[in-house]
Design a protein around this ligand. Sequence first.
Ligand code: TYM
Length: 345
Amino acid sequence: MAEKTVLNQTEEKQEKKKVLFSGIQPSGKITIGNYVGAIKNWLTLQEDYDSIFCIVDLHAITVAQEPSELRANTWNLLALYLACGLNPEKSTIFVQSHVPCHAELAWALNTVTYVGELNRMTQFKDKCARHADNINMGLMDYPVLMASDILLYQTDLVPVGADQKQHLELSRDIAQRFNSRYGTTFVVPEPYIAKHGSRIMSLQDAGAKMSKSDENENAFISMTDTPDEIRRKFKRAVTDSDTRVRFGDDKPEISNLLTIYSAFAGCTVQEAEKEFEGAGYGVFKPRIADAVIAVLEPIQKEQKRLLADKAYLNTVLAEGAEKAYYRARRTLTKVYKKLGFVPRA
Ligand code: TYM
């Protein structure tokens, strides 16, 4: 009896944890920007939050994808999530298209989102410029689908990189608008954007975000790059003509490299500055490569091992989809009721 009470209390505590949701698109190569801006924070947060990590394939198709590549990228990303340390025993890990509620809720949320709001999204404008031959409705509607992902799980916290801030603000607006029109339905989510590392910049242009879709391979470090590639890319990283390793607005390239170093070496930017005081870029650059390789090598090894175990990966996805579906359906039922839909008999 006493044992049961303890168990119930533990379960209750588990249930009371705040909900965290985040995701990554399985499009292109995942970069150290995605790792530092998102995954690395997820690893810490999953210990304290009821966490849901999604592979957002519905989002990925807003830009033309080769189907066989999308499939491979989805497996690779799942294996990467697990190899980095996301734990399916603690967190829910699933593929977006396995839970149809995401697309269903997005439809309903479309009716409380204004075209003007979507037109103002900077990522939409950027993507229109980059994919002028494929400005499809999905591209424009992308932030509504993202709001749906988040609101379906009554999410409290959304850890993302700085580039997602505007989408997060729209998700909050949509939640508040729906709540005031139909009565409280959704938790209004809070963004979690880390002070350092939420915007890792290109190694070739410190004015541009490091991006997996960059055409210049030297601009980003992929999570699957070999040690040689990593060393070569850091060696070629653009720097200024001053040789001091110092953080500051006047030194955007070195500030970016310091941010990367501190994220991988596990120190603060100030500690990194001290470490390289008096040392030139010739000393600094190889050391960044060493720090990144030390973290990536074991992850790559584990990712490879997991990719060879499709049976296990399938089990993770099946369990993740089941857990996610149950929760998502509950919210969707509530939404349909609020909207006045007659329930299916
Ligand atoms: P995506 O796939 O572009 O990127 C995944 C995560 O990585 C972060 N990120 C970066 N952080 C720091 N520096 C960078 N250079 C960098 N590049 C990317 C992104 O901010 C993101 O956190 N729309 C989202 C995916 C998504 C989502 C969601 C996220 C769909 N639904 C619901 C949170 C909640 C995206 O395109 O991420």
